[in-house]
Design a protein around this ligand. Structure first.
Ligand SMILES: [Zn+2]
Length: 308
């Protein structure tokens, strides 16, 4: 029998990262496609199925045997039943994506949540390698997290675990899209940082990365905005540590591009808050925007394990 690969798709609000991955985690082939969420969930679903089919064909053309597929999507995902329950940016409402893909591909398929599978990849192949308890926190437009214990992700009773972005860190603060106020996401996400900086300076268009760069260069308003965000982030991480007591916190997403400009002050702000907590290592993600795709591949490999 020829060598095997799994089909991996990470479906985001704007783009899909897709790959053929070998059992050892090596990427054989990669491609990217637009999600075209504006065309509606039926079109997105059909897109996903035909791209997965195309990848299976590509594998066979390369003399490889596709043995399973993993698909990661954003929103609320019921991994156990393989249903994309709800997603604001892709528009899914109770789409039985796992079974649809399994039927189309005639292969076992696993469905996962984008940030939770990213966490899986960072825990097993990236910055959390060799650690038993890993919390991955993705800080971009929003903030979400994934807890991985002994190499397995935790998804919760309803597929909604890890929403650290909606932990209240500033009671009565900015309104959040979720309906609450003062959520971590409204105080420390890349979008929140850009918005706050624009409010204070009247200059719109500066990204969170720009704010970090200007803060490092000594610009006062940028430093203030950056510091406020770091303090809020440390509050959120302290809550997470009180709940999970992890060995390592892996910070990813766009904000982690600020590297030590993020890590150093977050570690300091965290250390100032610690009382009974055990301090985790706080490190930067290693896999960048391929984490979701690699994590989907791991899910696919894991589902073969449970079927064997
Ligand atoms: Zn919220």
């Amino acid at each position: 029998m020829s060598e095997t690969v799994v089909i991996a798709l990470d479906v985001g609000g704007t783009g899909m990262k897709c790959a053929l991955v070998r059992p050892d985690g090596a990427v054989h082939h990669e491609e990217r496609h637009p999600t075209r969420a504006e065309r509606g969930p039926e079109t997105v679903t059909e897109n996903i199925l035909s791209i997965a089919e195309g990848l299976a064909g590509r594998a066979r053309a390369d003399g490889l045997t596709p043995v399973a597929a993993g698909i990661a999507v954003p929103g609320v995902v019921d991994e156990a039943s393989g249903v994309a329950v709800w997603s604001s940016n892709v528009g899914f409402r109770d789409v039985p994506l796992r079974d649809l893909a399994a039927r189309r591909l005639q292969l076992p398929v696993a469905l996962g949540h984008d940030v939770r599978v990213g966490a899986l990849a960072e825990a097993r192949l990236g910055a959390g390698r060799g650690r038993r308890h890993v919390l991955f926190v993705a800080i971009g437009t929003g903030i979400a997290s994934g807890l991985v214990v002994d190499g397995a992700g935790y998804s919760g009773a309803h597929g909604a675990a890890g929403e650290i972005g909606h932990v209240t860190v500033r009671p009565g603060g900015q309104p959040c899209g979720c309906g609450l106020r003062g959520c971590l996401e409204t105080e420390a996400s890349a979008r929140a940082i850009g918005r706050r900086y624009a409010e204070l300076t009247g200059e719109s268009g500066a990204t969170a990365f720009d704010v970090a760069t200007r803060a490092a260069a000594g610009e006062q308003l940028a430093a203030q905005v950056w510091r406020d965000a770091i303090e809020a982030l440390a509050d959120g991480l302290l809550t997470a540590q009180a709940l999970y007591d992890v060995g390592v916190v892996v910070l990813g997403g766009g904000l982690a591009e600020a590297r030590d400009g993020l890590l150093t002050p977050v570690r300091e702000a965290f250390a100032r808050r610690v009382t009974f907590h055990r301090t985790p290592e706080i490190v930067r993600a290693e896999l960048g925007d391929t984490a979701g795709c690699l994590g989907s591949a791991l899910l696919a490999l894991d589902c073969l394990g449970t079927l064997a």
